[in-house]
Each structure stands twice: as C-alpha cells, then as structure tokens.
Design a protein around this ligand. Structure first.
Ligand SMILES: O=P(O)(O)OC[C@H]1O[C@H](OP(=O)(O)OP(=O)(O)O)[C@H](O)[C@@H]1O
Ligand SMILES: O=c1cc[nH]c(=O)[nH]1
Ligand SMILES: [Mg+2]
Length: 209
C-alpha cells in the first residue's frame, strides 16, 4: 500500500514548530496530539459509510450517513506513541486501545519488548499504529509482526517523522501496510537518530530529557 506524506499546510506548519530547539514539553506534547488528529483525518478518508433514516429538526424523515463496518483499535508504541493518542481519539472516540511496549537498545538499535496488551477482538478491527518516530523501522516491524500474528488485516501506521531507511525496511517486510507521515526526512545519523528529525521524541513528550 505504501507511504503517504501529508503535505497539508497545517501539518507542515506544526511539524516545523516541533523541530525548533528548546521547545517546551507542553508545546511538543500539544503539537504531537494535534498532528495525531490531522494524520488520523487523512488515514480514515476511505472508511465506509451507509445511509440510514433519521427524523430531522422539522419532523421530516431524511437520509443521513454513518460509519459502517469494522471498528478501530489504536495501538500506541510505548512510550512516545502515547503522545499522539489523545489527538487520535479526538476523531475516533469509540476506538479501543491496544498497547505495545518497546524500547530501542541504544547500542544495537534493536527493539526490546517489555509489555503488550491487545483488545480481544483485534483481528476484526482496523489497526491504527501510532508512534512519532520511524527510524530504523525495527520497533514498527516488531509491532506489525505482533499484529499480523493476532490476525490483523487492515493496518495503518501514523508517524510524525520517518527515515527512508525505516520506511524501506517496513514496506519490504509488510508491503500491505499503509504509512501516513508528516515528513520523510533525509537520513539516520550514526546513533540511529533521524536527521533533521525531532531528537528523542519520548524524552520530549515525557519531559525526561
Ligand atoms: O525505528 P526504530 O529504530 O525502532 O526507532 C524508533 C523508536 O524509537 C523511539 O522509541 P524509544 O526506543 O526511544 O522508546 P521511548 O518511546 O520509550 O522513548 C520511537 O518512539 C520509536 O518507538
Ligand atoms: O530520531 C529518533 C530516532 C528514534 N527515536 C527517537 O525518539 N528519535
Ligand atoms: Mg525515546
């Protein structure tokens, strides 16, 4: 399905604000959620509708539209994914939340799993994975492997900033997944950080830097 870079002016403006050095935890958190909302808007534009009858304000019976079909589970990758969660739930308030806990080993850059909790009917839901950063792709691939093992078929990934190396790795292993991102950045540095990137998104959201 591939990669979609969301070029919307509001997305690009907010991402620019997030890249500034010295940004406060409060501002970084607010912008991560706002971008979570905007990426959700784009990633749901093919959701299926059905018509149904309602009685309108003047007593007439009219046709309205409502969402039909599969429900959603949102999967934040801990910790940093939590920073986008409220923004996503603003648009899909009835979504169930599954959680994947992973951190990246600083030397090997390999993902280390420490927690997961999935909703029971996850195989019947559209899965929306959220994480601000897609760097080597290791954390995302590990998450997608878990979701596929649980039977997920329709999986969408929302990331604020992605690196070409990570996107290529994810799509090579999981070509059926759709990735929505605010930016495809230049490259990874020697420590595996995205350039120009955002720095350590988890630390900035939780104030641990
Ligand atoms: O594509 P990758 O090379 O796997 O790197 C990306 C991962 O690294 C960051 O998490 P981190 O390990 O810093 O954990 P945190 O969210 O707890 O800070 C980020 O939020 C992604 O989950
Ligand atoms: O640039 C990066 C890479 C991984 N994790 C981050 O938080 N930032
Ligand atoms: Mg981190």
């Amino acid at each position: 399905m591939g990669l979609q870079v969301i070029k919307h002016p509001l997305v690009q403006h907010k991402l620019g604000l997030m890249r500034k050095s010295g940004i406060s935890t409060k501002s970084f958190r607010e912008l991560a959620n706002e971008l979570g909302t905007l990426l959700t808007y784009e990633a749901t534009n093919d959701f299926v509708l059905e018509s149904y009858s309602i009685e309108s304000w003047n007593g007439e019976s009219i046709q309205a539209q409502r969402l039909k079909g599969k429900k959603v589970t949102v999967i934040p990758i801990l910790r940093a994914g939590i920073g986008m969660l409220d923004g996503v739930l603003d648009l899909i308030p009835s979504a169930k939340v599954s959680v994947v806990g992973l951190y990246r080993n600083e030397e090997t850059l390999e993902p280390v799993s420490y927690f997961d909790k999935f909703v029971g009917d996850i195989d019947k839901r559209i899965a929306v994975v959220i994480d601000p950063m897609l760097a080597t792709g290791g954390s995302m691939i590990a998450t997608l492997d878990m979701l596929k093992e649980k039977g997920c078929k329709d999986i969408r990934v929302l990331v604020l900033v992605s690196a070409p190396e990570g996107v290529e790795a994810v799509l090579e292993k999981h070509p059926d997944v759709r990735i929505y991102t605010a930016s495809l950045d230049s490259h990874l540095n020697e420590q595996g950080y995205i350039v120009p990137g955002l720095g350590d998104a988890g630390d900035k959201i939780f104030g641990t830097r």
